[in-house]
Design a binder for this molecule. Structure first.
Ligand code: ZN
Ligand code: ZN
Length: 212
């Protein structure tokens, strides 16, 4: 059985998630944006073994501690989609701009494409490419858990910002309606910031994409 725990990190309260298998204790970490010591304490407290880093996109609050974590624990970096290369290249500059600890550059071990899968032991999560907030944004969907880790694509009651370079509102709305909604109304999503919600609830009430 898969389990997950979400830990808000950085001054932006970014929802970093630990996902693990309860039998084997093998774990992946989604979006280690910062506060690495706190995250590693949580890993130790849960008694899990970190095996992989999965990234939704390369904004500093999501990817800021990736380089250091990968180097310290020799972990593979999986994702995001190659469209976020320029955001990865800009991580040192992003860390200075937003007053984060100096971020290390990195090269993903594996870029992700729409329709790819990522594996954690015997468990499979499906990857959907959801551009709009950033061009290389991906989300991770676990049909088994009925959960989707959606980064900054969709929030409870809101959607991702599209005013950064490479952002596009129409593209983001299409990502949500064409790639998230088909995961099902009962699927609960873990957004990059703020509380969880379900796709059904957002379809009914989200002022940006409700009624779609
Ligand atoms: Zn973002
Ligand atoms: Zn964010």
């Amino acid at each position: 059985m898969l389990h997950y725990r979400t830990i808000p990190v950085t001054a932006f309260a970014q929802n970093c998630s630990l996902v693990w298998d309860d039998k084997t204790k093998r774990a992946a970490i989604i979006d280690p944006g910062g506060d690495l010591d706190e995250l590693l304490e949580e890993v130790q407290a849960l008694g899990v073994t970190l095996e992989q880093i999965w990234l939704t996109h390369a904004h500093i609050d999501h990817a800021g501690a990736t380089g250091e974590l990968a180097r310290r624990l020799q972990l593979p970096i999986v994702g995001p989609h190659q469209g976020d290369q320029y955001w990865i290249d800009a991580l040192p500059e992003q860390s200075r701009m937003f007053g984060f600890p100096q971020a290390e550059a990195f090269t993903p071990t594996r870029w992700l494409e729409d329709g790819d899968t990522v594996k954690l032991g015997a468990h499979t999560l499906h990857v959907r490419h959801c551009p709009g907030h950033t061009p290389g944004h991906v989300v991770f969907h676990s049909p088994e858990l009925q959960r989707a880790f959606v980064g900054d694509v969709l929030f409870a009651g809101s959607i991702g910002r599209t005013d950064f370079p490479g952002g596009d509102h129409g593209t983001l709305v299409r990502s949500i309606t064409e790639r998230l909604w088909p995961m099902g109304d009962d699927t609960v999503f873990i957004p990059g910031h703020g509380p969880e919600s379900s796709f059904g609830r957002e379809r009914r009430s989200n002022p940006f994409v409700g009624g779609t």
